[in-house]
Design a protein around this ligand. Structure first.
Ligand SMILES: CC(=O)SCCNC(=O)CCNC(=O)[C@H](O)C(C)(C)COP(=O)(O)OP(=O)(O)OC[C@H]1O[C@@H](n2cnc3c(N)ncnc32)[C@H](O)[C@@H]1OP(=O)(O)O
Length: 416
C-alpha cells in the first residue's frame, strides 16, 4: 500500500483548490487568505502520497479552528475544532482520512493545554470509529410571526433590553460578537477565536448574490452589549401578502436576553417565519412558546461530536456533579495512549482525577462514550442498556453517569 504522509499544508492555494473539488463548489473571487480566514496557517494540514498525484491539489486536507468549549463548572477550555476535512475523490477509501486523524490526535496530544477535539460531521456515520462521541443535539425551531413567548419570571429583565440592528460590515461588529459570546457561552457550546467572528462577518460576493448581507441584532442593557442574534431575511410574497423568512444561525445571551431577542425576531415587518438554528433539547424557547406543537416545525439533528484526546487532562478540566470512584477499561484505537484501565475519582467539590490502575474494571467502554458524556449529554446508563458499554460491577455506569451528567442538557454549538 502507498505510504501516506501528513504535515502542514505549505501551499494555501492548493489547500483551497482541494476543498473546492471535494465539496464541488464554485470558485470564489475572494483572495485565498480571505477564504481561509480563521484557520491559522500552521493549522492547515495535508496528506501526500508516495505515488505521483495531481500537483494542483492535495490527496487530503484538514484544518483546525482554535476554539474554546464551555464545559460544566462554567469554564471555557481550549478545544481543537476539526474542520475543512476532505479527501480528493481520486484517493478516497484508501485510508487517507484515517492517517489524517491519527496525525490530528498526535498534534492535539502534543499541544499543551488542549485535551479535546470537537467537530460537526458532514455525515453522522464517519466519526464514531475515530473516538468522537455525539455530545449534543441541535433542534432547529421555526416560529411564526407574532408567536407569543410567555416567561413571567423574566419579563422585567427582558423589558430592560433594547436592540440595535447592524450589518456585519459595520466596524467593530466581529469584536462585539466575540466579546458577547465569551461572556455568556452556554454549557456545551463553543466560542471561536477573534478571527472566527471576522470569518462570520465576511461578505463574499458569491455567497451573497440576491441575498441581503448578514446582520446582527445586538441586545443592550445599561448601554452595554449583553447578547446578539445573527440573522438574514429572505423576501417573499404570496398572493400579495408578505411571507418573508428569516434565518438565525446564532443566538447568544442569558435567558432574559434571549427572550428579548426572540420576541423582537418574531416581530420583524414582512417576515412570516423565523428559523432559529440554535435550538437544543432543553431550549427555553420551546417552553416559552408552549411546547413543540406551538412552533411551526422543530426537528432534531446531531450537533457537536467531542473526542477526548488526552483523557486524564480532559476529565480533570470540567467540574463533576457528584462523587464517584469507578475503574474503566477504555478502548481507543486511534489515540492508543488513552487505552487501558483508569481509576476515575471525583469528590464532592467537583474535582476529578483519572489515574492508571491495575484494579479490575467496573466498566468497559469505547472512548467515544466518554466524549459523548463530556458535557452531560450522552447518558452512560442508556449506553449500557443499548449494549454499547459493558458493566462488570452493577451500578458502576449509574455512578459514573451521576458524576458526569449536568443539570440541563448541553446547548447546541454554532457551526464551524
Ligand atoms: C469535521 C469535518 O470537516 S466533516 C467533513 C468531512 N468531509 C466530507 O464529508 C467531504 C466528502 N468526503 C470525503 O472527503 C471523504 O469521503 C471522507 C473524508 C469522509 C473519508 O475519507 P477517506 O479517506 O475515504 O476515509 P478512509 O479511507 O480513511 O476511511 C476510513 C473508514 O471510514 C469509512 N468511511 C469513510 N467515509 C465514510 C462515510 N461518508 N460514511 C460512512 N463511512 C465512511 C470507510 O469506509 C472506512 O471504513 P473501514 O475502516 O471500516 O474500512
Amino acid at each position: 500500500m502507498t505510504d501516506i504522509r501528513v504535515g502542514v499544508a505549505a501551499d494555501a492555494e492548493r489547500f483551497l483548490r482541494t476543498d473546492t473539488v471535494v465539496w464541488f463548489q464554485e470558485e470564489l473571487s475572494a483572495p485565498v487568505e480571505t477564504q481561509l480566514l480563521g484557520v491559522p496557517a500552521d493549522q492547515r494540514f495535508a496528506a501526500e502520497l508516495d505515488a505521483p498525484t495531481d500537483p494542483t491539489t492535495y490527496p487530503g486536507i484538514y484544518g483546525v479552528y482554535p476554539l474554546e468549549l464551555a464545559v460544566p463548572g462554567d469554564r471555557l477550555v481550549p478545544c481543537a475544532g476539526l474542520t475543512w476535512v476532505g479527501v480528493h475523490p481520486d484517493h478516497r477509501r484508501r485510508g487517507v482520512l484515517s492517517a489524517m486523524l491519527r496525525h490530528h490526535f498526535e498534534q492535539v496530544r502534543d499541544t499543551p493545554g488542549t485535551a479535546v477535539s470537537a467537530l460537526h460531521a458532514s455525515e453522522p456515520a464517519i466519526y464514531g470509529r475515530y473516538g468522537y462521541g455525539l455530545a449534543s443535539l441541535e433542534l432547529p425551531i421555526t416560529l411564526s410571526r407574532g408567536t407569543t413567548l410567555t416567561a413571567p419570571g423574566l419579563d422585567e429583565a427582558a423589558g430592560a433590553i433594547t436592540t440595535q440592528l447592524v450589518s456585519v460590515r459595520d466596524a467593530g461588529t466581529p469584536e462585539r460578537m466575540h466579546a458577547c459570546h465569551r461572556a455568556v457561552a452556554d454549557m456545551g457550546s463553543v466560542v471561536g477565536a477573534a478571527s472566527y467572528y471576522e470569518r462570520l462577518c465576511l461578505s463574499v460576493p458569491e455567497w451573497l448574490r440576491d441575498k441581503e448581507p448578514w446582520r446582527v441584532l445586538f441586545a443592550r442593557r445599561d448601554g452595554r452589549d449583553v447578547g446578539f442574534a445573527m440573522l438574514r431575511r429572505d423576501q417573499k410574497w404570496e398572493d400579495a401578502r408578505p411571507s418573508g423568512s428569516m434565518d438565525v444561525p446564532l443566538l447568544v445571551g442569558d435567558p432574559a436576553t434571549r427572550l428579548a431577542l426572540v420576541r423582537r425576531l418574531v416581530d420583524f415587518d414582512l417576515v412570516s417565519s423565523v428559523r432559529l438554528r440554535t435550538g437544543y433539547a432543553e431550549d427555553p424557547v420551546l417552553t416559552w412558546v408552549g411546547g413543540p406543537r406551538s412552533t411551526s416545525t422543530v426537528s432534531t439533528y446531531d450537533c457537536l461530536w467531542i473526542r477526548l484526546v488526552d483523557l486524564p487532562a480532559a476529565l480533570a478540566a470540567r467540574a463533576w456533579s457528584a462523587p464517584c470512584d469507578v475503574v474503566v477499561e477504555v478502548v481507543d484505537t486511534y489515540a492508543p495512549w488513552n487505552a487501558g484501565r483508569w481509576r476515575i475519582r471525583a469528590d464532592a467539590s467537583g474535582a476529578a482525577t483519572a489515574e492508571r490502575t491495575d484494579a479490575d474494571a467496573d466498566l468497559l467502554l469505547p472512548v467515544e462514550a466518554l466524549g459523548a458524556a463530556y458535557v452531560g449529554g450522552g447518558n452512560l446508563v442508556g449506553r449500557v442498556r443499548a449494549g454499547l458499554v459493558t458493566e462488570a460491577r452493577p451500578g458502576a455506569a449509574a455512578e459514573l453517569w451521576r458524576a458526569m451528567r449536568t443539570d440541563v442538557a448541553p446547548a447546541a454549538s454554532m457551526m464551524f
